[in-house]
Structures are given as structure tokens and as C-alpha cells.
Design a protein around this ligand. Structure first.
Ligand SMILES: [Mg+2]
Length: 376
């Protein structure tokens, strides 16, 4: 008789894990000191456990907070009890909802199915095109000297793509900073910038006019997420690849931007995009349109990072540069062992481990829990 793959119980924990160093972003987001996440544990009728993680980015990013994510899970989890995870994955039920809570549920269902049937999550998603993905390393919003101190440390650890966070300083200073970092960059490395919605149309236009001939991999989210007209206009003014991140929470927003031909690169984040099924649907749309994908991350922990790596290893149309698999390396601690997969500047899939393949520590989850365990 086939194993019973229905969800028997679910539990979640809201947690806060400190960053190794504070992370200064644009004027829109300020400085971050912790990762906030909700860890979800599903248990199937056959005893298999599956893990998910929600990474709410705040009201100005994806609209979700730790509190609203917990409330969403309170509403959604009773409906997950009794569902068959094989049906969930095969029928792409994760596509019915978006948001951080839905992402945790979809990732946990994929992990549980993979662990129950002895298959890695990438195999549930498609074809593994590569065993590892190169990682980027970001700098805080600051000066070129501060950037180079961070970049030189990252270079020594094997990272070859760097992302400058911008968006809270005068635009002329950011242009000077970009040139100074490019001049000082070690040979064989690449640079991208992320304004995190921090510029006006005039500032963004001034930046791309001044940097148009510079070898930047991409310029991410130069304008507020809802300014599609501004983005469309900006893209006609420059040969620099324009990337969208906060502007694409849902697949329908990706369709609108593709229809408007307003971006070259699309940043996928498993939690922001509502899980693996939604993220894969976005990747399919972007590839069909001949555009490229950046596998990106929130300040997230090892469960979401592992899910992102499994998907990233199946996607043909990745931007040829490092992707965001450094998140747990920037934390003071993690609730899983994903950091062990990140070495020589790349994130490596484990060999043949079922499900996500990460080992999750209940002790660590309880250590960093900022509320209490909620069970269903
Ligand atoms: Mg971004």
C-alpha cells in the first residue's frame, strides 16, 4: 500500500536571528539588524516531516510583517490539514495564493513530498541544469572605501559578483561611488547596483545617463515598485540592464512588466513570490519572453535559501553572474545547516539528499522564538 502523504499536523514558530553585522539599505528601508522569519513544520500521516519558512519583508517591501504572517498562517493552516502533499505539488496548489505565509506552506509541502518519496526538491521541479550556483556578495549603502573593504574580504572568500546597495545618498555621490568601486574592482569580477526603490525619476535618469557606458551587470529597482510608466521610460534611456524586485510580488505583475517591455532582469525570491510553484511560474514567463532571472533573497534563513537553490539549479535563463545565496553567511546563526553548502563563492546542492536536504534544528528554533509555538 502506498504511504499516506496527507498532512496530519502543522506547527509554526515566529523567530528573530541576529545579523553578524548591521545591514544598511536605502532610505526606504533603513538599517536591519535581525532576520525575522516564521518557521513552519508539517508532519504527514506516514511520519515524514517537511519544513517551510516565511520571510516577511515589512510593509514597504512585500506588505508582510511577522505578526501579519502569523495571522495569515492561523487562517490558512487548518485548511492544509488532510491535504495530500503529492496532489499539492502535482496540481501546483501553491499557485492559489501569494505572500510569505503561502510561501512557507508551499515550500513545506515540497520538502515533505521529497523526503517521503526519496527525491530532492529540484527533481520535483524539473531538470537539474547545474550542481551549484555562484553567489554574489552585497555591500551596505555607504562610501566606496567601505564598499571596497567589504568587497576585498568577499573576494578572498571566493565571491566574484558584488551588489552595491544605494538609494539614500545624493545621486551625484552614488555616481562617483560607482565609478570609484569599478576602478578598484579586482580583475575577473562583476558589479551590480540595487536602489531599493530609493530614487525619483529624475535621480534614476541622472544615474543611468552618467553610468550608461559602465560595465554594470544590472541596476535593480531604481524607482518605486508601482511606477511602471517611469520604469518603461527609464529603460528606453539606457543600455544598462534594468532589474525589478519589489515591483514583482505576483505573476500578474511580471506579465504586466513583460507586456510593457519595462525590464530586462526579474528578481525571484521564494518568500516574496509566494513559494516554489509561483516562483517557477514566474521563471517560465520570464524565460519565454527572452528575459533573464536573478535568484535573489531577503535577509532569510537556510530553509528558504535551500528552496531557492533547488529552483535556481533548474532554471536555464539565469543572469551570468553571482546570485543571492549568501544570506545565512551574513547571519550570526541559523536554524538550518545551509551555510555548509556555501563555499568557494558558490552554493552547492547536496548529493542525493531527499527534500530540501537541509538539517533543521528544533533547539535553534526554540532558542530564537519570539512568541510561542502554534500548533494545528
Ligand atoms: Mg533588491
Amino acid at each position: 500500500m502506498a504511504a499516506d502523504l496527507t498532512v496530519k499536523s502543522a506547527a509554526y514558530w515566529p523567530i528573530r536571528v541576529p545579523l553578524a553585522e548591521p545591514y544598511h539599505l536605502s532610505a526606504v528601508y533603513g538599517t536591519l539588524t535581525h532576520s525575522q522569519a516564521v518557521i513552519l513544520r508539517l508532519e504527514l500521516a506516514d511520519g515524514t516531516v517537511g519544513w517551510g519558512e516565511a520571510d516577511p519583508g515589512g510593509k514597504k517591501f512585500d506588505g508582510y510583517t511577522l505578526e501579519s504572517t502569523c495571522q495569515a498562517l492561523d487562517g490558512l493552516l487548518p485548511g492544509l490539514i488532510g491535504q495530500d502533499v503529492a496532489d499539492w505539488v502535482d496540481q501546483k496548489r501553491g499557485r492559489a495564493r501569494t505572500g510569505a505565509a503561502a510561501a512557507a506552506m508551499d515550500v513545506a509541502c515540497h520538502d515533505a513530498l521529497g523526503r517521503a518519496t526519496g527525491r530532492p526538491v529540484w527533481q520535483l521541479l524539473g531538470t537539474r541544469r547545474r550542481p551549484a550556483v555562484e553567489s554574489l556578495w552585497p555591500t551596505s549603502s555607504g562610501t566606496a572605501e567601505q564598499d571596497m573593504a567589504t568587497i576585498n574580504r568577499a573576494h578572498a572568500q571566493g565571491y566574484r559578483t558584488y551588489m552595491l546597495k544605494m538609494g539614500d545618498r545624493p545621486i551625484d555621490d552614488e555616481i562617483v561611488r560607482t565609478r570609484a568601486v569599478l576602478d578598484a574592482l579586482p580583475a575577473g569580477t562583476q558589479l551590480m547596483v540595487d536602489a531599493n526603490q530609493g530614487w525619483t525619476r529624475e535621480q534614476a535618469q541622472a544615474y543611468v545617463a552618467a553610468c550608461d557606458t559602465l560595465p554594470l551587470v544590472l541596476v535593480e529597482q531604481p524607482l518605486p515598485a508601482d511606477d511602471l510608466e517611469g520604469l518603461k521610460d527609464l529603460r528606453t534611456r539606457t543600455r544598462l540592464p534594468i532589474s525589478v524586485d519589489e515591483a514583482i510580488l505576483r505573476p500578474d505583475q511580471v506579465a504586466d512588466i513583460i507586456a510593457a517591455d519595462a525590464a530586462d532582469v526579474f528578481s525571484i525570491k521564494i518568500s516574496k513570490n509566494g513559494g516554489l510553484a509561483n516562483s517557477q511560474a514566474i521563471a517560465d514567463m520570464v524565460e519565454a519572453a527572452g528575459k533573464r532571472i536573478l535568484m535573489n533573497s531577503m535577509i532569510e534563513l537556510g530553509i528558504t535559501q535551500a528552496a531557492s537553490l533547488h529552483l535556481g539549479c533548474t532554471i536555464a535563463g539565469l543572469v551570468p553572474c553571482g546570485h543571492a545565496y549568501m544570506s545565512t553567511r551574513r547571519m550570526a546563526d541559523d536554524i538550518a545547516d545551509f551555510s555548509d553548502w556555501v563555499y568557494d563563492g558558490a552554493a552547492h546542492l547536496p548529493d542525493g539528499e531527499p527534500g530540501l536536504g537541509v538539517k533543521v534544528s528544533l533547539d535553534k528554533i526554540e532558542q530564537y522564538c519570539v512568541g510561542e509555538r502554534h500548533g494545528f
